[in-house]
Ligand binder design. Structure first.
Ligand SMILES: *Cc1c(COP(=O)(O)O)cnc(C)c1O
Length: 376
């Protein structure tokens, strides 16, 4: 049996967790949290990285920092995970969904400007499969209309657009370290802050509305309640798990990329016959092999292929049910323009197993089963 996902594990995680326990520092903002944040700052070039309890929480912090109020509008794709919308809806925002591009499954940047109204405050590009959205166009629109940009880069660590790290274009970028992502800490995430002016408020929101971060740096002699806030900082034990993976980030990414290319090469003949479609990576985007998906003819064929693979011990899964057609999407949002691709393309997309421990032999087995399905 080949699972869809196996959490990444490199071998040093247990040692580092033990070290965290021995340090007698298992709450937030201990030595491993600092190491992880500094690693991310160095790798991405962001002004500040704050480790969080999830990408969902990083996005909630971004919504707080953007000062989202009742009735504000936020533009995002409908083809995304619920957290992208939840974080803003929690602050009273209305979500305005725009269609995706069928090639990358990212928000169609040419449709964004038409969705802007007087109430629009934020654009949220989601870098699907770790492949960058058209950030030049999106940042230009944001500038022209004085909007903020919050990148849902949950899947995008180690990926770049025109050489610049995903998550560093907008005011805020959000990473996920959930066990299904390239690097994990079980549950966890990070908020990337582009401009230093937001750091102090971000630290306060993250520490229950207090200036405790300043206190720990010795900048104030006692910490006090400054604003509303919550508890968005992860345990240092979780950060210890993550740090073991960040240390091996290049190797993990390279291994995933090898598997990704094997899928690509072995499935290219089927694509050339017109039986399936393969992912598209724009030339100016370097991706992180977060995901390998194929597209079938339609929903019916995908359902049959999924069952066929399962019978042969391969767990392939589909992805998001578009948010605009879900109960909460109907309540909290609206689709701007025509749903030309969101529903149709999401129904054709099937994700094949992709994880650090996946072997070349397993990829070969999986692609043989896909070929057997089409060639009978
Ligand atoms: C995984 C994911 C999230 C949520 O991440 P958590 O860390 O589980 O909160 C949000 N958006 C996208 C696009 C994701 O893939």
């Amino acid at each position: 049996m080949i699972n869809f996902n196996v959490p990444p594990y490199t071998g040093k995680e247990i040692k580092y967790i033990e070290e965290a326990v021995r340090n007698q520092k298992i709450c937030g903002d201990g030595p491993f949290t600092r190491k992880c944040s500094e690693w991310i700052e160095q790798k991405t070039g962001t002004a500040k990285c704050l480790l969080t309890t999830s990408c969902t929480h990083a996005t909630e912090m971004a919504a707080l920092l953007a000062d989202i109020r009742e009735g504000d509008e936020v533009i995002m794709p409908s083809y995304t995970f619920v957290s992208t919308a939840d974080a803003f809806v929690l602050r009273g925002a209305r979500v305005v969904f725009v269609d995706v591009r069928p090639d990358t499954m990212n928000m169609d940047e040419t449709l964004v400007e038409d969705a802007v109204t007087e109430r629009t405050r934020v654009i949220v590009p989601v870098h699907y499969a770790g492949v960058g959205c058209e950030m030049d166009t999106i940042m230009e629109i944001a500038k022209r209309h004085q909007l903020m940009v919050v990148e849902d880069a949950a899947q995008g660590i180690m990926s770049t657009y025109k050489g610049k790290a995903l998550g560093t274009f907008g005011e805020f970028g959000c990473f996920s370290f959930h066990e299904t992502k390239n690097f994990s800490m079980g549950e966890g995430g990070a908020l990337l802050i582009r401009d230093e002016k937001y750091i102090e408020d971000a630290e306060i929101y993250r520490e229950k509305g207090t200036d405790r971060s300043k206190y720990f740096r010795g900048q104030v002699d006692k910490y006090r309640w400054q604003n509303y806030g919550s508890s968005y900082l992860p345990s240092d034990m979780n950060a210890a798990y993550l740090y073991a993976q960040l240390e091996l980030a290049e190797e993990i990414t390279q291994t995933r990329m090898d598997r990704w290319k094997e899928y690509w090469e072995q499935l290219t003949p089927l694509a050339e016959e017109g039986r399936i479609e393969l992912p598209y990576i724009p030339a100016h985007c370097a991706h992180n092999a977060h995901m390998f998906f194929i597209k079938t003819k339609d929903l019916e064929e995908r359902t049959r292929l999924e069952a066929f693979l399962k019978e042969r011990g391969v767990y392939a899964v589909f992805h998001y049910v578009p948010l605009h057609s879900a109960p909460a999407g109907l309540k909290f949002g609206r689709f701007h323009g025509e749903d030309k691709y969101t529903t149709r393309e999401s129904e054709r997309l099937l994700r094949l197993p992709m994880f650090y421990a996946l072997t070349a032999d397993q990829v070969e087995y999986i692609t043989e089963q896909v070929k057997a399905f089409y060639h009978g």
